[in-house]
Design a protein around this ligand. Structure first.
Ligand code: ZN
Length: 597
């Protein structure tokens, strides 16, 4: 009997109108009526997005006859029973230039399967064929994806070509985004595994060779960390290549991980160009992003929280462990830049100092633990507002400091014989390496102290209780000093500030966030207030606020005039000395078990 498959095709049929057409053929639909659904969220981005809302038209038919189809909830449909194969045809609006979405115009098409492919209820384990078809009137686009090309099929795609691709099941189908167009591309091989970097957008003189050389070092260091003997790249269970897909914009930053690829957005100014003696300052951020998403190939795409194995894409799925999956990944992203030689120790310590300062700045860290922040990612971290710095802690940044703390504690306790690397390798061997071949289980919510103990012999349960499940600051001054690194705090400037975050929009300078406990808070200034004058002198932008405040000293009182709801209001602000929120790290002694190189 012929092996059952689901057949999808996707065509950017209306680039000017930003529309994709999708056809889905189900050879053996449920005789009682076939149910279908769209994901409500995309793995890696913990917010209900209701991708079904971008489906404009949807028709079902069987052997040329229309089949009735009814919506049963926000993202599900039910087709009337039919005798033969069921065919669905629908259009998807694709004008979301984000790593989570789909975006089509005359220059390119990018889509995540989560935005595009209906899931066939009862057949999520059925292998899928997906035919990627060209837009009208454009013949010279190429296709970039980690989806494997079909073999032995008469319409099988060739490398970078249109035609048939395959996925073993629905979970895989939506985990290989696709970019089409004429991007700038560079390839390299690391430990025998192919990698490809694809840059979409106008980037004159992009230095592809430099980026490829640096990225190859990052990839090699990570593969060696997880597989010191075999040096086998993790994605070879799913694809013959790893693809970095980067959309380059004027001002963007972000990424989303997949099992054999990542979608990135970066700023044009952060990328190196040919002939530059020195790469732009933001290039380290880009490489940090590359390192972060690549690390996820192990940590979260294969080593997963148990509740993500498998994903339930119909509703929010809560885990307290994002401080491990995002926090540990954030710790290793910059550390790998250092270990691979892409940056030096002074750059590493400066970056680490910034993270420590960012965590310390918000009072939210005293109210919410990273375990709570992980659990509430769906309603809080992903729905930030003007009060978030006062109410939330980031499981990324504080999670990375917990990882650093654990790494130092383990190194100290074992005289450098064990480290967090051993924990990562144990999790990889037990849960990750065979995830897509084996039973596909994940890490239980309470498993971390036991795993760390098993991997290193060090009991860190109290540490985890205090810093991950409690709100205490990780005692990094003490821990880092044991590593020969001193931690000092200093104020960003000597002059007083309002202790509020400002932003200038359309020539108006507004308060974006009032920091809890600061002088703006004490005076009654609020987020949304439009700053007009400080002691009678006009505010024109954020820099003018600094200038106007520069003549005063802590404990001086000033009048601040603002518009709130179009009403003129005056506030008397007693200035305070600026808080010492800038963290400066310095190596003062060399240490043998040393952080973290
Ligand atoms: Zn991440």
């Amino acid at each position: 009997m012929k092996k059952e498959t689901l057949l999808y095709s996707v065509t950017p049929f209306d680039p000017a109108g930003h529309r994709l057409k999708v056809c889905l053929t189900i050879n053996n639909p449920d005789p009682g009526g076939q149910a279908l659904s769209m994901p409500a969220w995309i793995p890696g981005s913990y917010l209900i997005r209701d991708f079904s809302r971008q489906i404009e038209t949807l028709h079902a038919s069987s052997q040329g006859q229309a089949v009735a189809v009814a919506k049963t909830d926000s993202h599900s449909w039910l087709c009337a029973p039919c005798a033969g194969p069921l065919k669905l045809e629908y259009t998807v609006y694709a004008w979301d230039l984000s790593v989570r979405g789909a975006h089509v115009d005359e220059t390119h098409a990018f889509f995540n399967g989560s935005c595009v492919f209906l899931s066939v209820t009862g057949q999520t384990q059925t292998p899928c064929h997906v035919e990627i078809c060209p837009p009208p009137h454009t013949k010279n686009w190429k296709v970039y994806t980690s989806l494997p090309e079909a073999t032995g099929h008469k319409r099988a795609a060739r490398r970078h070509g249109y035609g048939m691709y395959i996925a073993p099941d629905y979970d895989a189908l939506i985990d290989h985004p696709v970019e089409m167009g004429r991007p700038q591309v560079v390839q390299f091989t690391v430990h025998g595994a192919e990698h490809e970097m694809v840059f979409t957008g106008v980037i004159p003189k992009l230095d592809l060779e430099r980026i490829a050389a640096d990225t190859a070092k990052i990839c090699a260091t990570q593969i060696e960390l997880f597989e010191p003997q075999s040096r086998r790249a993790p994605f070879l269970d799913s694809s013959i290549r790893y693809v970095f897909m980067t959309m380059v914009t004027g001002d963007g930053y972000g990424g989303l991980e997949h099992r054999a690829s990542t979608a990135l957005v970066t700023s044009r100014g952060d990328l190196p160009t040919r002939g530059q003696a020195k790469a732009p300052e933001g290039y380290q951020n880009f490489l940090g992003l590359v390192s972060h998403e690549y690390f996820h190939t192990w940590n979260v795409k294969r080593i997963k929280p148990a509740v993500f194995a498998p994903y339930d894409l119909s509703r929010a799925t809560h885990t307290e462990l994002l401080w491990v999956f995002e926090g540990f990944t954030s710790y290793y992203d910059d550390l790998i830049l250092l270990r691979s030689g892409v940056i030096g120790e002074s750059d590493y310590l400066r970056t680490l100092g910034k993270v420590i300062g960012n965590v310390r700045r918000g009072t939210g860290r005293l109210k919410q633990s990273v375990a709570e922040s992980s659990f509430d990612a769906w309603t809080r971290y992903y729905k930030q507002d003007e009060n978030s710095p006062n109410a939330l802690v980031s499981y990324y940044t504080k999670g990375s400091l917990i990882a650093l703390g654990l790494d130092i504690v383990v190194r100290q306790a074992t005289g450098g014989a064990r480290s967090l690397d051993d924990v990562m390798r144990l999790m990889w061997q037990r849960y990750g390496r065979d995830f897509y071949q084996g039973s596909g289980t994940g890490i239980a919510e309470d498993a971390m102290p036991g795993l760390i103990l098993e991997a290193t012999g060090v009991d860190t349960s109290e540490f985890i209780q205090r810093y991950a499940y409690g709100c205490e600051d990780v005692p990094l001054d003490e821990l880092l000093s044991q590593q020969g690194i001193t931690l000092n705090w200093k104020a960003a400037s000597a002059t007083p500030t309002l202790d509020a975050r400002l932003r200038t929009i359309h020539g108006e300078t507004q308060i974006a966030t009032v920091h809890e406990g600061g002088c703006a808070h004490a005076a009654g200034l609020s987020a949304g207030d439009i700053l007009l004058a400080i002691n009678g002198l006009k505010v024109s932008d954020s820099a003018s606020v600094d200038r106007l405040l520069g003549v005063y000293r802590p404990a001086d009182s000033i009048d601040v005039h603002v518009f709130r709801r179009d009403e003129l209001r005056a506030f008397r602000v007693k200035l305070a000395a600026p808080d010492a929120h800038e963290c400066v790290l310095e190596r003062t002694a060399s240490d043998t078990n040393a952080v973290p190189t």
